[in-house]
Design a protein around this ligand. Structure first.
Ligand SMILES: O=P(O)(O)O[C@H]1O[C@H](CO)[C@@H](O)[C@H]1O
Ligand SMILES: Nc1nc2[nH]cnc2c(=O)[nH]1
Length: 348
């Protein structure tokens, strides 16, 4: 099978054969070498999916905690879960907005990691959303599950190879900005890659130029035009007073933050904190996808000691459930606008 990506198709996999992208002799100290997904391994995964899905998705959606948990009804227990009928677009999880869905469990997809977190069902759902061929990840992978960042982001590259140009990333997050209330939505306009400060980055290790450049820029990681459209859509559907823009930051988890950590993150300029998304955004930008991300504020971060309030994953999932309908409406209406305007990918 031959897949062409941004003119990188014939480029050599640099870094694994003794030559690095900057031309220096390469002594690899990467402990994951030999385990990382090569381009060819991902093509194997993509071929499996293509053999089961009769169309190419252009939109990808990653469902955050509580937004991808429901199992879709299916008629048999085989690996492909063909659904009976169209599903009401405003009930159930984000994936249930897809019409004529085809659901493939992660357990059956070659080379795919497995979901281990409550609220992350563990399947890819293919279908149409606002008329656009779409793939939805019901269940993402987190660093705290024990997956290295490059593995957490493997599905982003799979989506790219499947044909996805526009990626919508959703997450549940704690609100650091005092203006944010539980149930509000924050359109992510930038991030702080705290794990990256310590040298942990999904692009670490050999770079395969068929995906993207060794040193990708990240100053326009979140598509400005889509953020503006999302604000317009939010206004139209009566959510204007529940949406904000802001900076997301990701810690490794799984524990929620201490009071001192939260105050530090606030000082750094973060408006919301979670345990995902940043590495997915980096990987998507690296392979020239257009990215839109939003956080559902599921809890207000506790930034002082005089309280008995504590965050919990149950609360996170409950708020996801309560706000599901608004989020689905937002995404559905937004996609109509994005493709009406014909927003292109980052590098054209
Ligand atoms: O980022 P998502 O997957 O939405 O989930 C967030 O919610 C969970 C904690 O309750 C963590 O996984 C955190 O990252
Ligand atoms: N790290 C982190 N992740 C979250 N996910 C949902 N809420 C939170 C939070 O307060 N902190």
């Amino acid at each position: 099978m031959s897949l062409k990506l941004n003119g990188y198709h014939n480029a050599k996999l640099s870094g694994q054969n003794g030559t690095s992208t900057n031309g220096h002799a390469n002594k690899i100290t990467d402990p994951d070498i030999g385990h990382r997904y090569t381009y060819e391994v991902l093509v194997e995964t993509v071929d499996f999916i293509k053999s089961r899905v009769p169309f190419e998705p252009v939109v990808g959606i990653i469902c955050g905690s509580g937004l991808g948990k429901n199992q879709i009804r299916h008629k048999n227990a085989s690996d492909i879960l063909y659904l009976f009928s169209e599903i009401d677009p405003f009930t159930g999880s984000l994936a249930e907005c897809l019409t004529s869905p085809i659901e493939i469990s992660y357990t059956t997809i070659p080379n795919f990691p497995q979901s281990t977190v409550k609220g992350h069902a563990g399947s890819l759902v293919f279908g149409h959303l606002s008329g656009l061929p779409t793939v939805c990840m019901k269940g993402r992978f987190h660093y705290y599950e024990g997956y290295p960042l490059w593995k957490c982001c493997m599905p982003v590259r799979v989506m790219k190879l499947l044909g996805v140009t526009h990626l919508i990333i959703t997450n549940a997050a704690g609100g650091l900005n005092p203006k944010f209330k539980v149930g509000d939505i924050m359109f992510v306009n930038d991030h702080i890659n705290i794990m990256g400060f310590a040298g942990n980055n999904p692009l670490q290790g050999p770079n395969d130029e068929r995906f993207g450049p060794r040193f990708p820029p990240m100053n326009q990681a979140y598509n400005r035009t889509i953020i503006n459209l999302a604000k317009k859509v939010a206004k139209e559907i009566g959510l204007a007073d529940r949406v904000h823009e802001g900076v997301y930051t990701c810690l490794g988890g799984p524990n929620f933050e201490t009071v001192a950590e939260l105050n530090m993150l606030k000082m750094l300029g973060a408006d919301a904190v979670g345990m995902s998304t940043v590495h997915e955004v980096i990987t998507a930008n690296h392979c020239n996808m257009t990215v839109f991300a939003f956080s559902l504020i599921t809890n207000e971060c506790v930034v002082h000691y005089e309280t008995e309030d504590e965050p919990s994953h149950e609360e996170v999932m409950d708020v996801g459930k309560q706000r599901e309908d608004s989020l689905k409406q937002l995404v559905t209406e937004l996609l109509k606008e994005v493709f009406h305007l014909g927003i292109t990918t980052r590098r054209g």
